[in-house]
Design a protein around this ligand. Structure first.
Ligand SMILES: Nc1ncnc2c1ncn2[C@@H]1O[C@H](COP(=O)(O)OP(=O)(O)OP(=O)(O)O)[C@@H](O)[C@H]1O
Ligand SMILES: [Mg+2]
Length: 274
């Protein structure tokens, strides 16, 4: 028996010596680990207890849709998985990498986990092509020509090959969001998190963004999607999660949860949005 306490949780192995130095063993992705594993996640903002113990595993190729009332913690959950928020308590593993390990490689995790927000956050003074290329150059250190080649491929994938040289202000909201998706895909992520990607769009532009997301799902991308689009959740989601007040209250096959919610809070929420 070693005198060092060794904790083994999932694929994370961390040994602490009596002298206090850490021996992190897993800091590279484990292809056999689930893309996302959340264990007992809690988050406080000051006194505000926003996530109260979330347990969630997302398997490869799953499309997990997350619904719930405003303030229930949906964005905080997604932001935690992309390390935009630090968990107060609990663990998050991305492909076996423990995100709460202080030595975690932020850039590595953020390139594996793409994130698309309600706001597109494109650079207004750059062309569409440069918008998709620039992060690759800065974070992945790709040469400009290689980055732009990938950018062209990704912009073709989202149906924007004819907009490479225009600026974001010359695009519709739906087109801008597709640029943001292309930008994220260009980093070659293993999974994508979407936080209400269509909520800022005019209704007639929602469909073109959902179509791109549907294609991604069909191609096998692992996805977590916070959305109010119940049709998308029903048809594309492999699982639907209902969150309320920092907890997952119900989850299941989207069709079942939507047609036959079990928890009174889910029933009440769905009766207002469906
Ligand atoms: N940086 C922050 N500082 C303080 N409080 C925050 C912060 N971010 C979020 N909160 C609070 O945490 C709670 C959960 O917020 P969150 O954005 O996760 O909810 P949500 O479910 O995504 O809501 P919505 O549907 O409105 O987007 C809210 O009460 C919010 O005000
Ligand atoms: Mg939110």
């Amino acid at each position: 028996m070693s005198s060092n306490p060794i904790t083994v949780t999932g694929h994370q192995f961390l040994a602490r010596s009596h002298y206090g130095f850490r021996l992190p063993i897993r800091d590279t992705p484990d292809p056999n680990a689930p893309p996302i594993k959340v264990v007992g996640l809690q988050k406080y903002f000051g006194e505000l207890h926003v996530l109260k113990g979330i347990d969630l595993t997302v398997e490869r190729g799953e499309v997990v849709c997350v619904i719930g009332p405003s303030g229930s913690g949906k964005s905080t959950l997604l932001r935690s998985i992309n390390l935009l928020e630090q968990p107060t308590k609990g663990k998050i593993y991305v492909e076996g990498i423990d995100l709460t390990n202080p030595d975690v490689n932020l850039d590595l995790v953020r390139t594996r986990v793409g994130m698309v927000f309600q706001q597109f956050n494109l650079f207004p003074h750059f062309s569409v092509l440069r918008n998709v290329a620039i992060a690759q150059e800065k974070v992945l250190h790709r040469q400009r020509s290689a980055a732009e080649q990938v950018a062209r491929q990704m912009l073709e994938r989202v149906g924007l090959s004819d907009k490479l040289s225009v600026h974001p202000s010359q695009l519709s909201g739906g087109q801008q969001q597709r640029v943001a998706i292309a930008r994220s895909l260009a980093m070659n992520p293993d999974m994508m998190l979407f936080d209400e990607p269509t909520s800022a769009l005019d209704p007639e532009l929602v469909g073109e963004v959902l179509a791109v997301m549907r294609d991604l799902a069909t191609d096998g991308m692992t996805m977590m999607v916070v959305t109010h689009e119940m049709g998308f959740a029903r048809e594309v989601g492999t699982r639907l999660i209902f969150m309320d007040e920092g907890l997952v209250l119900e989850e299941g096959i989207p069709r079942d949860v939507l047609a036959n919610p079990q928890h009174p809070r889910t029933q009440s929420f769905l009766s207002k949005v469906l």
